[in-house]
Ligand binder design. Structure first.
Ligand code: PEP
Ligand code: MG
Length: 590
């Protein structure tokens, strides 16, 4: 345990300062408290278990039949392991026998027995059976909820303001964080572009990730904490003086964000009037309000896969249509780019049989999944196309890695349009359809997409990981993950140049677009469309309006001649200071 004040360094994930008590979430689903019972309680305990198992069975059968209806029985079969566990007499007998012998609460015995099953599966060499350990985990979570009424993650239980400290938080767990209670977030794993970090930014929750295995077991529930999300620092049990210093700093940071709001209505243009668009990235439809409040010129990336997380069924066409329509109507004539389902990587949904893969970011994700599951893809496309009549909606495919994938995806859109025509359902036949550039293969061949892609958006979060060969969620190599790598910059330069030669509008929606120091460089390279976390929009408008295009071009020329990442970053920071003058101290560097 950290008794004295201690400073821990992690990776900066979401800006701002949080001061509060730690709320530690153990990632061990099977950690259930021991509760001593009496002989006389035995039959009640067994009855509780049977009721919970019955309830779990009803839930699973229900989900299974819904899935069978929507997607066919093959998909519904994925719950078979959980149903088998429910019917397993040996498992039940072992639990009852141990209950009688040990006289401990049924939830403890149940999980202890299940833990053994899980470990046995994990040890097997057969990859299929190994993966079934995840089914045992899910099963355990379901029964736990029905036995104790508690969710395994405990996130939803948080009822007092606190800083969450945990080993890892999945994007689906991050999606249910309640900003009213969550003051800040610390995770041992992850890098700055994990989706958990991106969600924290959306919710305006300061976050530090990737601390390594130093946190769990050292920070205890209710320990006093300070987190500085901009600098990636955590201070455990701070001294009084540190606390005072950070309280003052926090006021200054909060003031900075308020001050920046003044710039939200600035025209998105350079000092000499070159017009650009600064749009917002959103994950959930209600975030459109934040986009509008921060002066977004549109929605440049709507990560629709969040509609598919935290549920046991799939979102219906109607539900999706309503969500897309809501966002499109609220953005009026502005562009709304709806990215089709990008599941896989760090965003898994068990109801789609997206099981464990050795290299999930190189695996069955995004457009690859959609092309392999056209029935699911078509439901989403129908919903998007129906919503396309309500405004300036555009469609974007994630993780395109070859022209063939683009063609295949376009063919499916075509089929869906024909179906809608037959059913006389209105949709925009000229809807613009673009691709994300997230793979070096497409970055190098984007000119081949002329006539196929109406626009591009550079997804630097993935493009960087694939270019430098650095897993974006692995904290051990987070130091290598760097937008300033000259190899990354040359790819970006190539994309912008080739797209412009072929009249394909190109934007950027990865986190790099929201890192203020890169804006002059990107403008100088010719980028005109940016899509960022809403919070950053006013800052970018201020920077853009403080420099001319010639200045930006000169900065780009210089940067592209450097070979050192460090030199590039230093040079860009220096230039930003020069561009902003007195605004710099006040607004950017707090
Ligand atoms: C990206 O890769 O840059 C991107 C915007 O997509 P995501 O972060 O959702 O993978
Ligand atoms: Mg991506």
């Amino acid at each position: 345990m950290f008794k004295k004040e201690q400073i821990i360094k992690g990776v900066s994930a979401s800006p701002g300062i949080a001061i509060g008590k730690a709320y530690v979430i153990s990632d061990d689903v099977f950690k259930v408290e021991k509760r001593i019972i009496k002989d006389a309680d035995l039959s009640e305990e067994i009855k509780n278990l049977e009721t919970a198992l019955l309830k779990t069975k009803r839930e699973i059968v229900d989900i299974q039949s819904k899935m069978a209806k929507e997607m066919g029985s093959n998909y519904a079969d994925i719950f078979d392991v959980q149903l088998m566990l429910l019917e397993d007499r040996v498992l039940l007998e072992e639990i009852i026998e141990r209950l009688r012998k040990e006289l401990l609460g049924v939830e403890y015995i149940f999980f202890d027995v299940l833990k053994k099953y899980k470990r046995a599966l994990e040890k097997l060499n057969d990859p299929y059976l190994k993966e079934r350990a995840q089914d045992v985990n899910d099963f355990g979570k379901r029964v736990l909820k029905n036995l104790t009424g508690k969710d395994a993650s405990h996130i939803k239980e948080l009822r007092n303001k606190a800083i969450i400290v945990t080993h890892d938080l999945s994007p689906s767990e991050a999606a249910v964080l309640n900003p009213e209670y969550v003051l800040g977030l610390v995770t041992e794993s992850g890098g700055s572009t994990t989706h958990t970090a991106i969600m924290a930014k959306s919710f305006e929750i300061p976050a530090v990730v990737g601390t390594g295995s130093i946190i769990m077991g050292n920070i205890e529930m209710d320990d006093s904490l300070i987190i500085d999300g901009s600098r990636g620092i955590i201070i455990v049990n701070p001294h009084q003086a540190t606390l005072k210093e950070y309280e003052a700093k926090k006021n200054k940071v909060d003031e900075k964000f308020l001050n920046l709001l003044k710039f939200k209505d600035l025209k998105s243009q350079t000092k000499d009037g070159v017009s650009i668009k600064i749009m917002a990235n959103i994950e959930l439809s209600h975030e459109v309000k934040s986009a509008i409040n921060h002066g977004a010129d549109g929605i440049g990336l709507y990560r629709t896969e969040y509609l598919y997380l935290n549920r046991s069924d799939l979102p219906s066409e109607e539900e999706q249509y309503q969500a897309y329509k809501l966002v499109t109507l609220q953005m009026a004539s502005h562009i709304v780019i709806i990215r089709t389902l990008d599941l896989g990587g760090d965003k898994l949904v068990s109801q789609l049989d997206m099981s464990y893969e050795l290299n999930p970011f190189l695996g069955w994700r995004a457009i690859r999944f959609c092309l392999a599951r056209p029935a699911i893809f078509k439901v989403q496309l129908r919903a998007i196309l129906r919503a396309s009549v309500h405004g300036n909606l555009q469609i974007m495919f994630p993780m395109i890695s070859s022209i063939e994938e683009m063609e295949e995806a376009l063919k499916i859109v075509d089929e869906v349009m024909q179906d809608l025509d037959k059913e006389e359902i209105p949709h925009n036949k000229d809807v613009k359809i673009g691709a994300m550039i997230e793979t070096p293969s497409v970055a190098m061949t984007c000119d081949h997409f002329k006539g196929k892609a109406d626009f591009f958006s550079i997804g630097t979060n993935d493009l960087i990981q694939y270019t430098i060969a650095v897993d974006r969620i692995n904290e051990k190599i987070a130091y290598l993950y760097d937008p300033a790598h000259p190899g990354v910059l040359r790819l970006i330069e190539n994309i912008i140049q080739k797209s412009s030669e072929n009249n394909i509008p190109v934007g950027m929606c990865g986190e790099m677009a929201g890192e203020t120091i890169y804006l002059p460089l990107l403008l100088g390279l010719g980028l005109r469309y940016f899509s960022v976390s809403p919070l950053i929009i006013p800052e970018l408008k201020l920077v853009a309006s403080s420099l001319t295009l010639d200045q930006a071009k000169e900065i780009a020329r210089e940067v592209m001649s450097f070979s050192s990442r460090e030199k590039i970053r230093q040079y860009l920071s220096l230039k930003l200071k020069e561009i902003l003058g007195s605004d710099y101290e006040e607004l950017i560097e707090v």
